[in-house]
Every structure is written in structure tokens, then in C-alpha cells.
Design a protein around this ligand. Structure first.
Ligand code: ATR
Length: 267
């Protein structure tokens, strides 16, 4: 039987931890001889044509990352309802000529949380692609969702489409859950200089999620942890969304510990 191929499509994609994580998962499931997972750098203008060619090259599916998630939804023949509502897809499935599209970012995010956000007061920082899946997920769980963004009009537009309330001056201590979806922290800048948070303003009752991940943790999560808050980093969210994608392709229960270890460079 020929090997069934999978890959993450991004631009750039070299930094992605998905190949190491998914390759470790396939090995742990005993599927290393039947499946392989790689990385393909695809420029935006080539995306649609490249994706349509993948099925003929032995690909069974793909993960899609920045900046292609909206384009992935647009070219799918059979997008899931969740992907349609969020307006983005991160998981493609190739069935002959037909392309199916799913979004596992929303459920992956929910699974990374220590408990359900249902009924909780939540603050989402940012209004880009990552924020959309999270606001959708929190709304579905019946959390109260407030969205702050550097460019307020974008927060208002996001809430207009997906629910939630745009806020300009959030009261940091009032939230049960705070999620940073902005790129702040990626380049090492001080998050407290640009986000509406102070490093002393977290509480022990809170859960703080930073979608950005960095070796040794981000300054945001270090401050939250210092205040006794429960913290979740972007790797755990990556693991959970990847696990759901893997289940869609292979119909096997994902080996979460092997995936975590590989995503964290511990295997
Ligand atoms: P993603 O798909 O990762 O969400 P994106 O759609 O480009 O990427 O969105 C990036 C988010 O990070 C936006 O909310 C952006 O704020 P603006 O809408 O005001 O651009 C936010 N962001 C990026 N750099 C930032 C900074 N230095 N300070 C505050 N917010 C920042």
C-alpha cells in the first residue's frame, strides 16, 4: 500500500512544530510505515493550485496555518459548519477530487483549558484570525466574551459577526479567563507596554492563555504564573488542535503525551 501523506501548509512554515509533533504521533500509533507528515511552504498566490494538486500526489489531508486559513475555507468543496461560521479552516481532507475543510482550532482551544468556560467572564485580546476561532468557541460554550484590540474597529467588526462585546478599557481582575491572541510577545517586546494589562494585575482565580509560545515562557505567562493564576501556553493549544486533526485523518485516538513531548522538543 502506498504511504498516505500529510503536511502543514504555511508561509513561512519552517518554524512549525507540527511535523515533529505529528510524526511522533504517527510513530506512537504504529502508523509510521503507512503515513508521513511534512511541511510545504506555499506562497499565497500559489495556494489554491498547490492544494488542488496534493490529492494526486498521494496526500490524504493537510493542516493549514498562517496566512492560508481563510483561503483554505474558500476553496473547499465541503466545509464543516464550524469552519464556515468561524470563516477559516485549519484542516483539509482530500477525498479523490473533493476537498473537505474543518476547523479544529476552536475545539482545540477549549480542550486546552483546565475547565469549561461556560458562564465565565472572559477577555480576548486581539481581533485577527486566531481570535475568531476563540471568540466563536467561547460563545458556543456560553461564556461572556469581551474583545479588546489595538485597532478597536476590528474588535467591533469581529463581535458584530461572531458575538461578544468590544471593550476599550478592560478591568483585568474582573475576568475568569484572559486569552492573548495578539502577536505581542513573539518579538520579545514588553506585553505590558502595549496590552491593557499590568504585570501585577492577575489573580489566583484566573486562567490566562497565551497563544504565543516562546522558549522559557512568555513574559505575559510568567507574570500570570507569578500571581498564582493557572496558565496555558500556545503549545498546549497547538497539541490539542493537532490531535483533533489527526483523529479526522486517521480515525485513531491521538497519543497526546507523545505529541506534547515532541511539540516541546522533549523527544
Ligand atoms: P493572527 O491570525 O495570528 O490572529 P492577524 O490576523 O495578523 O494574525 O492578527 C494579529 C493580531 O495581533 C491583531 O489583533 C493585531 O492588532 P491590530 O488589529 O491592531 O493590528 C495584534 N497585534 C499585532 N502586533 C501588535 C502590537 N504590537 N500591539 C498590539 N496588538 C498587536
Amino acid at each position: 500500500m502506498s504511504v498516505r501523506r500529510l503536511a502543514v501548509l504555511g508561509y513561512p512554515v519552517a518554524h512549525s512544530r507540527s511535523p515533529a509533533m505529528q510524526t511522533a504521533a504517527l510513530a506512537a500509533l504504529g502508523l509510521a510505515d503507512e503515513w508521513e507528515y511534512g511541511a510545504i511552504e506555499v506562497a499565497p498566490e500559489e495556494f489554491a493550485a498547490r492544494v488542488r494538486a496534493l490529492s494526486g500526489e498521494g496526500f490524504a489531508g493537510a493542516n493549514v496555518t498562517v496566512p492560508h486559513k481563510q483561503a483554505a475555507l474558500a476553496l473547499a468543496d465541503a466545509p464543516s459548519e464550524v469552519a464556515r461560521e468561524i470563516g477559516a479552516a485549519n484542516t483539509l481532507v482530500f477525498n479523490g477530487e473533493a476537498i473537505g475543510a474543518h476547523n479544529t482550532d476552536a475545539d482545540g482551544f477549549l480542550r486546552s483549558l483546565p475547565e469549561s468556560p461556560g458562564g465565565k467572564r472572559t477577555l480576548v485580546l486581539g481581533a485577527g484570525g486566531a481570535a475568531r476561532a476563540i471568540v466563536w468557541a467561547l460563545g458556543r460554550e456560553r461564556a461572556t466574551v469581551e474583545v479588546w484590540n489595538r485597532t478597536p474597529e476590528r474588535a467591533e467588526r469581529l463581535c458584530g459577526g461572531l458575538g461578544g462585546t468590544a471593550v476599550s478599557d478592560p478591568d483585568q481582575a474582573a475576568y475568569d479567563l484572559i486569552v492573548n491572541t495578539t502577536a505581542v510577545g513573539l518579538t520579545g517586546e514588553n506585553p505590558f507596554a502595549v496590552l491593557p494589562l499590568t504585570s501585577e494585575g492577575f489573580t489566583v482565580e484566573q486562567t490566562v492563555v497565551d497563544m504565543v509560545y516562546a522558549e522559557g515562557g512568555t513574559a505575559l505567562l510568567r507574570a500570570a504564573e507569578g500571581a498564582g493564576a493557572t496558565v496555558v501556553d500556545g503549545i498546549e493549544v497547538l497539541v490539542q488542535q493537532g490531535a483533533l486533526s489527526l483523529k479526522i485523518w486517521t480515525e485513531q485516538d491521538p497519543p497526546l503525551e507523545a505529541m506534547r513531548a515532541a511539540a516541546r522538543g522533549r523527544s
